[in-house]
Every structure is written in C-alpha cells, then in structure tokens.
Ligand binder design. Structure first.
Ligand code: NAP
Length: 244
C-alpha cells in the first residue's frame, strides 16, 4: 500500500495499516525540515511527475494507492489520478472535510492566494497569515498592512514589506490563539480551508474576537473515489484485500 502523505490523517492511516500488518510505504514531499514520520516504511521526495509515479508504483509492486495529501496539494493528487490507471492499480482519496461557518463568523471566501492578498488590507491592518510558507509571494506587494506570518519552516521567498515570521506548528488551542491575537493586536486572519481540528482553533478565536477571516477555497480535485475518514480508508483497504 502506498500512502501519499504529509497530513495527520496520512500518519494515522499508516499507523493503523502498520499495526494491522499491512505493508505500507508512506511518501513525503520533503518540504518540511523535520517531518513527523509515520509508522512503517517512509520515502521522501517527488517521483518526477505522473510518469515517474507510474514507474515507481510498478517497480515496487504497489497494490493500491491512497492519496492522503493536503487538500491544497494539487499537483501530487493530479499525478496520482493519472499514474494509477496507467499502472493498473486502484486509487483512493482520503480528504478531510472543509470547515463550515458558524453563527458569529465573519468569513470572506476567495478563490486563491492572489484574491486573498487583494482583499486583506480592506478588512484590517494587522494580519495573522496562516496559509503556509509556499505562496507568500502573493502578499509581497501588500504594503498597507502588517503581517504576522506563521509557518512551520522559515519562508525562502519574498515577504510582505511589514511583517514578522513566527515559526510554529500545530495543533493549536483556542486559548493560545486568543493570546496571540491579543498580543499582536491582530484584526484579520487569513487561512486556507484546510479543514480538520489541528488548526481550527484560530477560527474559534477569530469568532470570539469578532474578527474577519479570509478563507481560501480548496482547488478543484480530480474525480476519484473519496472518503473523509481514516476508518473509511481502512474499510476500503480491507475490501480491496479480499480475493476476487
Ligand atoms: P503539490 O504542489 O501537489 O506537489 C508538488 C510536487 O511535490 C509534486 O508534483 C510531487 O513531485 C511532490 N510531492 C508532493 N507531495 C508529495 C508526496 N506526498 N510524496 C512525494 N512527492 C510529493 O504539493 P505541495 O502543496 O507542495 O505540498 C507538498 C506536501 O506537503 C504534500 O505531500 C502535502 O500533503 C503536504 N502539505 C501541503 C500543504 C499545503 O498547504 N499545500 C499543507 C500541509 C501539508 P513530483 O511531481 O516530482 O512527483
């Protein structure tokens, strides 16, 4: 079983498969300097596009692939959707549901980071930017607001002219997010619709402080069989392992 990873769900899935005695290889892109390693075998680095992934799947006699990558990791998912039919193996997508608005939320949905950058300074002057290290260049021209850029590893591209980087990694809690918002006098939050509980506390904190949140919509995905939970993915693996 090849698990395309980089998410908490992928780690949970690898741990469960490994515990069940299913041979599993987790694949990581190698973006994070000190990744949390899943149980079982791990490989790191790109495959070289869909053809490279097809070749890898065939060479390693993979019986099925589970794409448990992040909802915003578009290219690897597109690669898997092309490579698996080519290699003649089944593909399952494990994707956590997106976040939904609750009473009291002041969310502004946008279609990408450029749209988020165009909107943010109209909503506030002190921004908590949590969209990750990649894609920060979209905000590099926004000079009319101050940014607290929170990411796991140091950004290597251009940053907004008025900004501070905070290196941190979830999971986060509501009390810590409230403290961060208050300490930096944050008046607007920017996030991707990553979903899940690990990073959702900022949304609770923003609601509690009445702050607007710019939410970047998920990109369109290839159409492949999809489940939302690790237990549903395990049930799929069990069915796939049955003879006939
Ligand atoms: P991406 O744009 O879809 O991927 C870019 C390239 O990186 C892919 O074409 C592939 O290279 C390689 N790659 C990506 N994920 C891989 C994996 N799991 N195993 C092997 N190669 C992989 O992805 P991204 O947005 O840069 O994200 C990279 C990784 O970080 C993903 O695995 C994702 O699960 C994780 N992550 C992403 C985000 C996010 O906001 N994008 C957030 C949290 C975690 P080749 O074409 O050479 O195969």
């Amino acid at each position: 079983m090849l698990v395309l990873g980089g998410t908490a769900e992928a780690r949970e899935l690898a741990a469960a498969l490994d515990a069940d005695g299913v041979p599993v290889v987790s694949s990581l892109a190698g973006r994070v300097r000190r990744p949390r390693l899943p149980a079982g075998e791990v490989r790191v680095g790109g495959f070289g596009g869909p053809d490279g992934l097809t070749a890898w799947v065939c060479e390693h006699e993979v019986s099925a692939v589970i794409d448990a990558t992040h909802p915003f990791a578009e290219r690897i998912s597109a690669s898997a959707a092309r490579a698996c039919p080519e290699a003649g193996v089944e593909l399952l997508r494990l994707e956590r549901p997106g976040w939904s608005e609750r009473p009291g939320d002041r969310w502004h949905w946008v279609d990408g980071l450029d749209a988020a950058a165009a909107l943010v300074a109209n909503l506030g002057q002190r921004v908590l930017l949590t969209t990750g290290r990649q894609g920060l260049a979209a905000f590099a021209e926004v000079g009319s607001a101050w940014f607290l850029v929170r990411c796991v590893d140091p950004p290597d591209g251009p940053l907004p002219p008025h900004s501070e980087v905070l290196l941190d990694r979830g999971p986060y809690e509501r009390s810590g997010e409230l403290e961060l918002i208050d300490r930096h006098r944050i008046d607007v939050v920017v996030t991707k619709d990553s979903g899940g509980a690990h990073t959702s506390a900022k949304l609770d904190a923003a609601r509690e402080r009445g702050l607007p949140v710019v939410v970047v919509r998920r990109p369109p995905r290839p159409s492949v069989p999809t489940v939302a939970t690790v237990s549903d993915a395990l049930a799929w693996v069990a069915r796939a392992a049955q003879p006939g």
